[in-house]
Design a protein around this ligand. Structure first.
Ligand SMILES: [Zn+2]
Length: 222
């Protein structure tokens, strides 16, 4: 584990006593404008065993207030475990992806909504489901004669047997492994998380766009 530089600050208890606490980090993303920020600390409060810190976004066009939720690591030392919900920012996709799989975009953004509201157990399963629609709709576009078979087959087998694009196969396969971790009791990839799953889905989207858009130009300009 990387060495953590703890930050020391004062927090108020419910009877207005000041106590000194340490935190591992401040939020580095604003839940309202969704920019990378250095959160401005306004005030801190002890809340039962936990700590709550009020922050302000330093971005001039935003300046919103939000709350960082902290849980105890050890005595008087806390770790950031979540932030209060702000505005939902939906992920935008290209026309190519919108044409291939509008349902993928819908499910992905529901998972994103869950994640932005700290429902991380639900969002992981949602990303896994979104991936299944993306890959299957892509395969149905390329092999419409196999549609019924593709719909029924487990996602892992679809990728192994039907995806010919090597780059897509590599990333989609790994996305499936991490996606399955989100749905099962035991985690196989303990050092990977939702961020890795989302990155692999992004890469799958990228390779599908490259392939389909290149194909469109080849057909339009033989
Ligand atoms: Zn902001």
């Amino acid at each position: 584990m990387d060495k953590i530089d703890f930050m020391r600050l004062n927090a108020l208890t419910k009877d207005d006593t000041k106590i000194t606490v340490e935190i591992d980090q401040t939020p580095n993303n604003c839940p309202y404008c969704h920019r990378v920020i250095i959160s401005k600390l306004i005030s801190s409060f002890a809340a039962g065993d936990d700590l709550r810190i009020v922050f302000r976004c330093p971005n001039d066009e935003c300046e919103e207030i939000f709350i960082g939720m902290y849980t105890p690591l050890y005595s008087n030392t806390y770790s950031l475990s979540g932030i209060s919900a702000g505005n939902f920012s939906a992920k935008k996709y290209s026309i190519t992806i919108t044409e291939i799989s509008p349902v993928f975009i819908e499910i992905y953004n529901q998972a994103e909504f869950a994640e932005q509201n700290n429902l991380i157990h639900i969002s992981g399963v949602g990303y896994r489901k979104a991936l299944e629609f993306l890959i299957k709709d892509y395969l149905i576009l390329l092999k419409p004669e196999d549609e019924e078979q593709i719909k029924k087959k487990p996602l892992g087998n679809c990728i192994k047997e039907s995806v010919d694009n090597k780059n897509l196969k590599t990333v989609a396969e790994r996305a499936t492994w991490l996606g399955n971790d989100e749905a099962h009791y035991i985690r196989r990839w303990v050092d990977k998380d939702i961020t890795d799953l989302k990155r692999l889905i992004d890469l799958s989207v990228h390779w599908i766009e490259m392939e389909i858009e290149t194909k469109k130009y080849l057909e339009g300009m033989p």
